[in-house]
Design a binder for this molecule. Structure first.
Ligand code: ATP
Ligand code: MG
Length: 310
């Protein structure tokens, strides 16, 4: 196991390169590096989210790029906890978290991207998608929802999923070409850990509210889900909008990796505070001189000087 002494995990190990054929069994569900957990929690993680915050401020001030972070996972993989822990330190004014549930009647009355488009972040903002457009090539497929929906029947044939991958890839490329960057994270949980967490939702009163019968129901489709995730990730991981397969069995590690991935995405954008217009910069220079002259001059003199320069 690779030993990490400075907290800098190479997140590239979790990135799916364009064209790779994913076999989820080859990706670890637990922490797969030798790293000091206590140090991650007390030092590396807090440092990373502070750096994220600095870059977010610049992203917001620059107001040109936007960032979208997609989270997909099996139930109980820790999407909500990850969102809470990794992004709660950011300026809430510039972060928009959207959870995509079963489509409403209004949403079903539109194309599947309609609700996703409506939820996109603006320039300068970070959008976090808790589930996403990818549900429409996963859960829709598992439960044959496409046949039950309103899509014209003559448009449904065996190529429909290939077409959807293509639509999603084209849409993400379009966003990229318009200044919106996207990273996609699959929280990779083991079946055993899911069982433990679902059991915890049943026996632990404080977690009862999280329990849903559908979690048990979906668990029966575990293998099918894994297979579809493999196909979907292989077909839609692109250099411009990569998938990361992040181990999800150890929450402290998951959160740290997601923070490092987000930090990298922000660094890649390399946001800068906007440059001041020359006349504003000049005015600020003048004010600076005036303020440092406060000790020497009376307030009246300063006011006189300001109005003279107007
Ligand atoms: P938790 O992990 O806390 O259970 P959750 O994201 O699973 O959170 P839920 O309200 O339990 O939230 O579940 C949302 C459900 O909506 C999921 O079962 C998901 O598959 C389903 N869903 C999301 N998008 C679609 C879609 N386009 N079509 C059909 N079902 C969808
Ligand atoms: Mg659920």
């Amino acid at each position: 196991m690779e030993e990490i002494t400075d907290g800098k995990i190479d997140i590239d190990r979790y990135r799916v390169k364009e064209g790779d054929k994913v076999n989820l069994k080859k990706y670890s569900t637990g922490c797969d590096v030798k790293i000091d957990k206590a140090k991650v929690k007390s030092l590396y993680f807090p440092e990373t989210i502070e750096k994220m915050k600095d870059l977010q401020e610049k992203l917001y001030a620059q107001n040109t790029y936007g960032l979208i972070i997609v989270l997909q996972a099996m139930d109980a993989a820790g999407k909500d906890g990850t969102v809470n822990h990794v992004f709660s330190n950011l300026d809430p004014g510039g972060v928009k978290v959207v959870s995509f549930k079963q489509p409403t009647t209004e949403e079903k009355d539109h194309d599947y991207m309609w609700r996703i488009n409506k939820a996109l972040p603006g320039r300068g903002d970070i959008g976090i998608f808790n589930r996403s457009q990818y549900e429409d090539v996963i859960v829709t497929r598992i439960h044959d929802l496409i046949d039950k929906g309103q899509l014209p029947k003559d448009l449904i044939d065996k190529n429909i999923w290939e077409e959807r991958y293509e639509q999603i890839n084209n849409w993400e490329k379009y966003l990229h070409q318009n200044g919106f960057r996207m990273i996609k994270i699959f929280l990779h949980l083991s079946k055993e850990e899911q069982q433990k967490r679902l059991m915890d939702r049943i026996v632990n009163q404080q977690k009862n509210w999280k329990f849903s019968l559908s979690d048990i129901n979906e668990r029966q489709y575990w293998d099918q889900y894994q297979q579809l995730y493999e196909e979907m990730i292989s077909r839609t991981s692109k250099d411009i909008s990569p998938w990361y397969i992040v181990p999800a069995d150890n929450k402290w590690y998951t959160r740290y990796v997601v923070a490092r991935i987000t930090l990298k995405a922000l660094k890649d954008i390399n946001p800068q505070f906007p440059k001041l217009a020359p006349e504003i910069a000049e005015q600020l220079e003048r004010f600076k001189k005036l303020i440092s002259a406060v000790d020497l001059k009376s307030l009246a003199e300063i006011q006189e000087s300001i109005s003279a320069k107007k």
